[in-house]
Design a protein around this ligand. Structure first.
Ligand SMILES: [Zn+2]
Ligand SMILES: [Zn+2]
Length: 134
């Protein structure tokens, strides 16, 4: 499935050819901090299936507790996270931040990871009052 997206200010834009089955939620503490949110939603793509259309993303190398390094890519102007990938060896997969994709409403997550660090209200999110729908 073809998707396209951009950062919040629009300076970085991309298109990608993704598998709708490869959409996940990550509850790890790094994803919470790096996204500024309770969890992160990601869709994976092979590097050759990703095309940068405009902009010049900045990168930050995150080192996990395991020592594993991940490249975090974001817009230098507005700070929107765009994707992460591995350091070095190819072929690489890119974990596109689903919130930047225009087709995100068509891509429900299929799996959740790192439930151990998930916020304890996640299971009850459907029962939290929706104060405004717009
Ligand atoms: Zn931007
Ligand atoms: Zn994570």
């Amino acid at each position: 499935m073809k998707i396209d997206g951009s950062c919040h200010c629009g300076s970085v834009a991309y298109e990608a050819d993704i598998d709708p089955e490869d959409v996940l939620i990550c509850h790890c503490t790094d994803c919470q901090t790096l996204s500024g949110s309770a969890f992160r939603t990601v869709v994976f793509v092979e590097e050759e299936g990703f095309k940068l259309l405009s902009g010049n993303p900045k990168t930050y190398i995150k080192t996990a507790e395991s020592g594993r390094k991940r490249v975090q890519t974001f817009c230098p102007e507005c700070g929107s996270p765009l994707y992460s990938t591995s350091v070095g060896q190819k072929p690489r997969k890119l974990g596109i931040r689903l919130g930047t994709a225009r087709q995100r409403h068509q891509l429900p997550p299929k799996k959740q990871y790192w439930g151990r660090s998930a916020q304890n209200w996640i299971a009850e999110i459907g029962s939290i009052e929706m104060a405004r729908k717009e």
